[in-house]
Design a protein around this ligand. Structure first.
Ligand code: SF4
Length: 428
């Protein structure tokens, strides 16, 4: 038995309320269980109960054992003197407030349906990837959609908070942070850390200075990424080396150069090789003056769909230095552009909405996700195979959040689908 289950039982009142009494025999009536409190202090606030005909309003505290009251030192804490009801699974001790008042206590262990308890215990100990797997056919589309709405809000809030942390660090320079976030996401999962490091050591101010010259940009990014340290190479490679030497002397940044080993190639298709990605990123910086205002003022996410990516001709025939490919393309694929919408444009716009309070930006960001096709991965396939609809990136992103932040952590009590399954049992 865990406290979160007890909170769940109390919040939704899933217990037998016939002839309810406190442990000292007072007739108890619950008018309002109160609101779950996620901050410090008692677990629920603003509850309304009647004990022996007397109306009491105030907080409710939840514990598995009544003795936890003392264990948590509430008997010395005046902040808990206002608690109107102590709800426990087992009443193993009489406890008092700091002003020596005996706590009114409700014991629940004999009032909860065994089936509900059994299901709860089973979901917590299940080895299945999705503990509710065997009951998915009992989940309505409305609780599925309700949970996805909750999950997507949590996901974009978390991502935008990360951006706000970056903004604080860089004195709210929105253009710089957009550059850093775009660069980080150009790692496309496998090389996220490497790309994040690269954009951190290639100052945006220098990128802007040499922007008109694509070749200089390529040498700057490849040089700082640690790609130009080989002794031999083809003509294009040697030219890059020479240009980087020139830039390095001019801007003095060799000491920050990355080690080439930071870049990962394992299990990557040539179109995702870091060398090609760096060339594409340099091209984006060359062809557009990438500014946050482009995101902020855009009605649609088409600025990302239409990003101009035209690398040096060398990359039309090579996927890595000295490695040729036939029929390959150095352009940025459709799914990569959509990935940048999901992971760069949307969180940046939501961060702006949070920072400025402009809710229309938040609405627009949600719309961009709904206009973007879903990603493809094993989690999305799983839910689709079970008959649930995943029509857009809004849904696929919510599913990723649900799986990683709820299912994997067995937080079924916080999940609308888990709640609806348990609610069904409580009505048996
Ligand atoms: S968190 Fe929700 S979807 Fe995931 S296993 Fe639990 S009840 Fe099922």
């Amino acid at each position: 038995m865990k406290e979160d289950f007890l909170s769940f039982i109390w919040k939704f009142q899933y217990f037998d309320k016939k002839q309810l009494k406190t442990t000292n025999g007072g007739l108890l009536q619950i008018l309002n269980p109160g609101t779950l409190n996620t901050n410090s202090g008692p677990d629920f606030s603003n509850a309304h109960v009647k004990v022996g005909g007397m109306l009491l309003a105030g907080p409710v505290e939840i514990h598995v054992r009544a003795s936890d009251w003392n264990l948590h030192r509430h008997h010395h804490d005046p902040a808990y003197d206002q608690v109107v009801l102590h709800v426990v699974w087992v009443n193993n001790k009489t406890v008092k407030t700091s002003s020596n008042q005996e706590m009114l206590t409700l014991e629940l262990k004999d009032r909860v349906k065994k089936e509900l308890l059994f299901k709860y215990l089973k979901s917590g100990t299940s080895n299945a990837k999705i503990p509710c797997e065997g009951q998915l056919d009992r989940i309505s589309s409305s609780s599925y959609n309700k949970m996805l709405d909750q999950a997507i809000q949590e996901r974009i809030r978390r991502k935008s908070q990360e951006i706000i942390t970056l903004l604080k660090r860089y004195s709210y320079d929105w253009d710089l942070v957009s550059y850093l976030v775009l660069g980080r996401n150009f790692g496309f999962h496998i090389n996220t850390v490497a790309f994040e490091t690269l954009v951190a050591i290639v100052p945006l101010s220098i990128v802007r200075k040499i922007r008109p010259n694509l070749f200089q940009l390529e040498s700057l990014f490849f040089g700082q990424a640690g790609f130009l340290q080989r002794i031999t190479g083809d003509r294009y490679y040697r030219r890059l080396q020479k240009e980087y030497e020139f830039l390095e002397k001019k801007y003095c940044f060799r000491s920050t150069m990355m080690k080439k080993e930071m870049w990962k190639y394992l299990r990557l298709r040539p179109s995702n090789f870091p060398s090609l990605r760096i060339a594409q990123f340099a091209s984006i910086m060359h062809h557009q003056d990438f500014r946050f205002s482009d995101i902020r003022e855009s009605a649609t996410a088409d600025i990302f769909r239409n990003l101009v990516v035209q690398t040096s001709p060398y990359w039309n025939h090579h996927y890595d230095f000295g490695k040729k490919w036939e029929g390959g393309s150095s352009s940025l694929g459709k799914s990569s552009r959509e990935n940048l919408i999901i992971n760069t444009a949307v969180p940046m716009l939501v961060a702006y909405a949070v920072h400025t309070g402009q809710s229309d930006c938040h609405v627009r960001a949600i719309g961009w996700m709904k206009d973007t096709p879903p990603e493809h991965n094993h989690m999305i396939t799983y839910w689709k195979d079970k008959g649930f609809e995943v029509p857009s990136a809004y849904h696929s992103q919510a599913i990723i959040e649900l799986n990683t932040q709820y299912c994997n952590l067995r937080k079924c009590l916080g999940c609308a689908m888990g709640q609806s399954l348990l609610a069904g049992i409580s009505k048996l």
